[in-house]
Design a protein around this ligand. Structure first.
Ligand SMILES: *Cc1c(COP(=O)(O)O)cnc(C)c1O
Length: 360
């Protein structure tokens, strides 16, 4: 059996070239006679892998010198706690709730201090991004928190919120490296890598140096202090070695594609094929307000649950995997991350046209 078109929201499709390269190096990484999985993280060979991964990421995102790049574990969800534990000084933070992941972060923050919901799009099932140009942000808030691309609902911030001078913290799990980003606008950018970069478990945290301090909440475990990891080059303990190695390969793959500007162009082209079809279809409908549409996650429905189920089943039989929408939303969702080839989207649309013709 060959490879399918995998529209999974995460863990998700990775570039075939990267997987093949990893396969080639599986038994003997560059003459070391061992797999990267078997290698000491204190070895020269591994140090070169993590150093190169960091350098390539810095290059791709144009990360300024006063930001640290940390490769951590626990997935994106671990950051829901780590952020308040490390950044709360006044014990207050502002959260913009645009979906389940933002909500989980907001609820977690409440354990550690006063988390204030300053905006939400829950009233319309998170199908839009609220106007964040003039929010009521508490004077003494330590930061403003957003989830920049909402994986489940398919929305994306096209302009960042006006934080009124507060530090911006952003979960970019599902839009990581999908387009150029101005790192200087953020205090912390972080994301789980399993959506657009690599194997689940690794989370990358890009954090401004002055936010890394000893002054964490009392009781913060050593492993959950940014300082611990920053002081030790992400090697305080054994890092997720193999995962970081794959991330490094994906960084190189993106550079080879032309970097983030080229990725953006490609992603816009891919998303347009699908959205243009949805906008003229008499059967399928996108569920998100047009101006807030994500380039990465595209939810859609037929309006009939039985027909949705039929579509998902027939699509799977035709080689289009994981098109079922999130269990809380229903319908369908096509996640079209960096590594989804343009033909995958073209063929999906052809299949949808055929399905529409047969099910009118
Ligand atoms: C998937 C996802 C998460 C959760 O990631 P884990 O690594 O499973 O903790 C958090 N935020 C966003 C935006 C996601 O897409």
């Amino acid at each position: 059996m060959g490879r399918v078109y995998n529209f999974s929201a995460g863990p998700a499709v990775l570039p075939e070239e990267v997987l093949k390269e990893a396969a080639d190096e599986m038994l003997d990484y560059k003459g070391t006679g061992m797999s990267v999985m078997e290698m000491s993280h204190r070895s020269k060979a591994y140090q070169a892998i993590i150093d190169e991964a960091e350098a390539d990421l810095r290059d791709l995102m144009n990360i300024p010198d006063n930001y640290k790049v940390l490769f951590l574990q626990g997935g994106a969800s671990q950051q829901f706690a780590m952020i308040p534990m490390n950044l709360l000084k006044n014990k207050k933070a502002a959260y913009i709730v645009t979906g389940q992941w933002a909500k989980k972060a907001y609820q977690e923050a409440k354990i550690y201090g006063e988390a204030v919901e300053v905006a939400s799009s829950a009233d319309k099932t998170f199908s839009y991004i609220p106007d964040c140009s003039d929010l009521d942000i508490p004077e003494d808030a330590d930061y403003v928190y957003i989830c920049e691309n909402n994986t489940i609902y398919g929305t994306k911030y096209k302009t960042l919120p006006n934080t009124k001078g507060k530090i911006l913290v952003s979960d970019v799990s599902s839009c990581f490296l999908s387009e150029p980003v101005d790192v200087t606008k953020y205090g912390v950018i972080y994301g789980g890598v399993q959506k657009n970069i690599g194997p689940a478990g690794v989370v990358i945290v890009i954090i401004r140096e002055d936010l890394i301090t000893e002054d964490t909440l009392p009781g913060t475990p050593t492993m959950l202090k940014y300082k611990t990891h920053a002081d030790n080059g992400s090697m305080y303990n054994t890092p997720p070695c193999y995962g970081i190695y794959i991330c490094g390969k994906v960084f190189k793959w993106i550079k080879k594609q032309g970097g983030l500007a080229a990725m953006k162009e490609r992603n816009e082209k891919k998303a347009k094929i699908l959205y243009d079809f949805l906008d003229q279809s008499e059967l399928f409908k996108g569920t998100v307000r047009k101006e807030d549409r994500s380039l990465m996650n595209v939810p859609f429905v037929t309006g009939n649950e039985e027909l949705d189920a039929k579509f998902v089943k027939e699509a799977k039989e035709a080689g289009f995997e994981n098109l079922k929408g999130h269990r809380t939303v229903g319908g369908m969702r096509a996640s079209i991350y960096n590594a989804m080839p343009i033909e995958g989207v073209e063929k999906l649309v052809e299949f949808m046209k055929e399905f529409e013709k047969n099910n009118k």
